[in-house]
Structure formats: C-alpha cells, structure tokens
Ligand binder design. Structure first.
Ligand code: PMP
Length: 405
C-alpha cells in the first residue's frame, strides 16, 4: 500500500493552506506517511483514498456516516430536494416537517432550530441559557469538546483571558466538584453543558455513573440553571430518540449533528416550551441554513434509524468487533484497553502514555485495509455486516503480528 498521491497533495496543500490539512482530520498526530491524507470516494462501510487504497472504515467521517456512504434512500431524498433548488429566500416545508419529526421523536422537545455544524448550536445554546436565566456562567466538563468557539476550543491560538471568564470546568462524573461550583457561583450559573458520556481525544471514554446523572439533573433544577446536552457525536447512535433517554439526563436543550443526516450538513437544537420565547430572542442565522436537501436527508435518516433500530444493530456489530479485537490482543500478547459503548468503541494499547504504540497499531491496521484512529473514538457503521466485522478482524489479526515499538 502506498500513499504517494496523498503525500503529493499534502505537499501542495501545505503551500497554500495553513497547516496543510487543519482541524480534526490533520495528520499531525499520526505516524508520517502511515495513513491516507485525502479521500476519493466511498460506498457503504468502505472508502477509497486518492491512491486507490480501500479501507473498511471505522471512523465514518468522524461520526456522520452512520448508515454508510451513498445510502440509497438518503441520497434519493436529498437529490429530490436538491432538484428543486438550494439556498432559497425562504425555508421550504421540510423545515417544518423536520422540526415536527424531532419534537415527536424526542420526549422533552417542544421546538427545534437548525444550523449546519454542531458548534453553531453549542454556541447558540449557551446564549439561550444566558437569555433564559439572565446569568453569565456556564459549567462544562474538563476536556469535553463542544467546538471551535473561543469559550470552548481545545486550541491555544487567538484566545484572550476574557473568553473564558464566565466558563468553569470540572472533571466528568465528579459530583463534589460539580456541587462546589454550584455553591461558589450560586445565582450566577446559566447552564451546565454536558456530553452524554465523556469521549475526549487522547484518552479513554468514560460512561456516566447514575449518581452523576442524578446530580446533574438535581443541581440544575435546584439552581434554576439549564441543562444542555451536547449530543452532537452520540445522538441517534445510542438510541433512536437522543442519548438522554439511555442515561437518564433531563436536558432543557439538546444539540444533534453528526448522525442526523448521514453526512449531509445540518445540525439541530431542541428545547422545552418554557424556553421557546427566550430562544426566539437569540439571533440565529447563516447563509445556508435553509437549504432543503440536508433537511430531506435528515428526515430520511431519522426514519431509517427508527425503522431499522439502527442503534441496536450498531451495538450488536460493535460487541462482535470489540470482543474479537480484545481476544486478538490476547492471542498476540498485546494488552489492550477498551472503553466507550460498543457502537462507539475506542481501543488502545495499555501502558502507552504517549499513544506511540497505539499509533503504530493503527498504522498497521491501515496497512491491512482497516481505518482506525489512534486517539479518537471509533464509529461502527450500520452498512457493516457480520462478514465485514469478521473481515476487519482477520485483517487486524495480521496487523497485530507486526511488532510494536
Ligand atoms: N460537540 C461534540 C461532542 C462534538 O463531537 C463535536 C464535533 N466533533 C462538536 C460539538 C462540534 O461539532 P462541529 O464540528 O460540527 O462544529
């Protein structure tokens, strides 16, 4: 397997684009030359890079491709809407249909708004919390990702101290730390923003304890703060109706994005009736927000997720994959650590603080045609079959034979 075209394109990119490839798809944290840098096409649970190498894909575009590339029903719905036009002067009826679908599907949701990316609406949601409560402070989980805005970016460039002046963070599942923040900032807290489980980069995933979920629910209620569930990454993968229903969160607002439209650009924020008037006072717009094709794709994707119970399918496939992967580790004498739900697993080499051995393992997997990421959780695709999982495991058996540093 070679990556000559990828490398050549990357050299051209570095000349004209800051960082060459920026953001979460940057190759900076992988072993140079060990992974493809540019994609060419995809079908089902496989994609092909610009050198013609094909991979069984366990990242799915970092989450959006829940049903696989080129899902016929989703693409037909999006194409039909696309034929009618793109960015009109007005939304189409699909806007209303999609808002109705989400409010019917999600038990606490009385209204919905739409944008393009997850971060559009995590930003908007904290403004809604401030508008509702007329308070400044936002509590967030330390190390949780909510987007690229100054209040939450994991980056270091371009920040000034006042960006974070009203943000306080605490460790996931740490009830005393959360209680202490509510005490310290009594009367000042607008909202608590959470991901359903903790899925940081460069670390294991952590599921919430029932006690932590109960404390979040209780403290937000007692202090009149809004609970905001950032379900951008997990939403509609763990359940058909939002991840709060799996773990027992009682959110006031929730944001969905990645799995919502199987790769078409759209995000949604839903909320409760008492916050609707305040939400209408927080300005929200964008050049492309009313584009009907992603709304048609979202309607089709949501229908398929419910009709085929996709979360259950992803869990069954994920369990087969994780169990198989861990037993391959035992066979090859490599201690592996697995974390997160089976449908969004993350497996790394144990005793690997620098992630170097995990990077080598993922590079060996890529060389065998299985695309894994060394420090970000993975995503099972509903386009996979048990045969695809077994094919991936057979390839990983060969990958695990390669020596690790
Ligand atoms: N929240 C979470 C939990 C995410 O995983 C992401 C994207 N990785 C975002 C917010 C930001 O979404 P986007 O990149 O679409 O702006």
């Amino acid at each position: 397997m070679n990556f000559d075209q990828s490398n050549a394109l990357f050299r051209r990119a570095a000349a004209v684009i800051p960082g060459g490839i920026y953001g979460h798809t940057t190759p900076a944290a992988t072993i140079p030359g060990s992974v493809p840098y540019f994609a060419a096409s995809g079908s089902g649970c496989r994609y092909t890079d610009v050198d013609g190498n094909t991979f069984i894909d366990f990242m799915g575009g970092y989450g959006p491709m829940i049903l696989g590339y080129h899902h016929p029903e989703v693409e037909a719905a999006a194409n039909a809407a696309r034929q009618l036009g793109a960015a009109f002067n007005h939304p189409t009826s699909l806007l209303v249909e999609l808002a109705e679908k989400l409010t019917q599907r999600i038990d606490f949701a009385d209204w919905a708004v739409f944008a393009k990316n997850g971060a559009d609406l995590t930003n908007w949601s904290i403004m809604v919390a401030r508008e509702v409560t007329q308070r400044p402070k936002i509590l967030k989980i330390r190390g949780a990702y909510h987007g690229t805005a100054a209040w939450c970016t994991p980056g270091h460039g371009g920040l000034i101290p006042s960006d974070r002046a009203d943000i306080a963070d605490f460790p996931f599942n740490d009830i005393p730390a959360l209680e202490a923040l509510f005490k310290t900032h009594r009367g000042q807290i607008a909202g608590l923003i959470l991901t359903p489980f903790h899925h940081p980069a460069f670390a294991d995933s952590v599921l919430p304890t029932p006690e932590f979920v109960a404390a979040c629910n209780r403290l937000c209620r007692e202090h009149g703060a809004l609970q905001i569930l950032d379900d951008v990454r997990c939403g509609f993968r763990l359940t058909t109706d939002g991840s709060h229903s799996l773990y027992g969160y009682k959110p006031d607002l929730a944001i969905y994005c990645k799995a919502l439209a199987n790769g078409h650009p759209i995000s949604a924020c839903v909320g409760r009736a008492p916050h609707k008037a305040a939400a209408s006072r927080v300005f929200l717009t964008g050049s492309y927000w009313s584009d009907p094709a992603p709304m048609a794709a979202a309607l089709a994707t949501l229908d398929i997720i419910a009709r085929d119970n996709i979360p259950q399918k992803l869990t069954a496939l994920g369990e087969r994959f994780v169990t198989g992967f861990l037993s391959l580790g035992q066979k090859h004498g490599i201690a592996l650590v697995s974390s997160g739900p089976a449908s969004m697993p993350y497996i790394r080499v144990a005793d690997d603080p620098s992630f170097l051995r995990t990077q080598h393992l993922c590079a060996s997997a890529v060389a065998q045609g299985v695309f894994l990421h060394p420090h970000h959780n993975w995503f099972i695709s509903a386009a996979m079959t048990e045969t695809d999982i077994d094919d991936a495991l057979a390839r990983l058996d060969r990958a695990l034979s390669a020596p690790l540093p």
